[in-house]
Design a protein around this ligand. Structure first.
Ligand code: ADP
Ligand code: MG
Length: 294
């Protein structure tokens, strides 16, 4: 990478750090009871996320990524420490933190439009105003032709777009996404990544995106928070100094590959530690006479 790009990146991150902190974790700790023993899943996490940042949270399976997103969503109470949005403690779910989770489904008995209208109606908007807002967001995500369809009539990618619209219609400060594209095929997933980057660049939103896909994290993030397990702590925060707008072709560049190797080493080192059986996978005895594989 040449010096100009490096200087550009330095300036980009300096600007980010000057923005107000929107989410702050101070010694955030989560403990689960397993029978008679207690298990610390998040251990004294300290983290500051700035307004309009795109943060990806990665780490090996079971390291506490979803535990983190659930406490930020306000779905689970945390054990100790502090967790603040705009300086105010999180005490439960709120439309100011929109959620798009892989398994967090739409209301199957409501149409696309009714799903998106749900938030504004809950906040006391009139039917006409809720409908107008819902339409606006359905247009932004490009599903106007589907507004009267039910979730079962939509593809996986469309459902997640509706889920995004349903969250954004409430004008949240933070959009919290936990493996939102995990169930999509690679092509749809790539399109959704691009769609999400477009949305983020054009609206005032801070995104916290949990994924175990390292390419996805590098493609999307300003900063990657790499968690480690046992107990969940921040292993490293990586500034992704790649230019925007980004597209899938970026993955072929040496700069991307360099970051990928770095992130791989961080996460894989721990995967084997967490599952030692991976290192001892047995050699399969030959049980066939077919000779295509020598
Ligand atoms: N409600 C719960 N009760 C007890 N243990 C839990 C609960 N939720 C998560 N855990 C445990 O916490 C650890 C982290 O889980 P999770 O946050 O889902 O990991 P990740 O999303 O990184 O794969 C796992 O060992 C999991 O079994
Ligand atoms: Mg998870």
């Amino acid at each position: 990478m040449n010096t100009t790009t490096n200087n550009g990146a330095k300036q980009y991150f300096e600007q980010i750090y000057q923005r107000p902190v929107i989410l702050e974790a101070k010694k955030l700790t989560q403990v689960f009871q397993h029978g008679k023993t207690q298990r610390t899943v998040l251990n004294q996490l300290d983290l500051k996320i700035h307004k309009r940042e795109f943060i990806c949270v990665i780490g090996p399976s079971g390291c506490g990524k979803s535990t983190f997103s659930r406490v930020v969503a306000g779905l689970d109470p945390y054990h100790s420490g502090e967790l603040l949005v705009d300086g105010q403690p999180i005490i439960g779910p709120s439309p100011e933190r929109g959620m798009v989770f892989q398994g967090y489904t739409l209301f199957p008995w409501k149409t696309v439009k009714e799903n998106v209208m749900f938030g504004p109606l809950m906040k006391g908007a009139s039917h006409a105003s809720a409908e107008a807002h819902a339409r606006e967001w359905i247009n932004i995500i490009g599903l106007e032709k589907y507004e009267n369809q039910y979730p079962h009539q939509l593809s996986g990618g469309m459902k997640q777009r509706v889920a995004i619209a349903r969250a954004l219609v409430n004008q949240p400060k933070i959009l919290l996404m936990d493996e939102p594209f995990g169930a999509l095929d690679p092509h749809t997933r790539q399109k959704m990544q691009k769609h999400l980057m477009d949305l983020w660049q054009n609206i005032d939103i801070t995104i916290i995106f949990v994924t175990h896909d390292m390419d996805e994290a590098i493609l999307l993030a300003d900063r990657i928070v790499a968690l480690k397990a046992n107990p969940g702590e921040i292993k490293e925060i990586i500034e992704v100094d790649l230019p925007r707008p980004r597209s899938a072709e970026l993955m072929l560049t040496p700069e991307f590959k360099r970051l990928r190797e770095h992130v791989d080493a961080l996460v894989h080192a721990q995967e084997e530690e967490l599952d030692p059986a991976l290192e001892e996978l047995p050699k399969i005895p030959r049980m066939t006479q077919v000779s295509t594989h020598k």
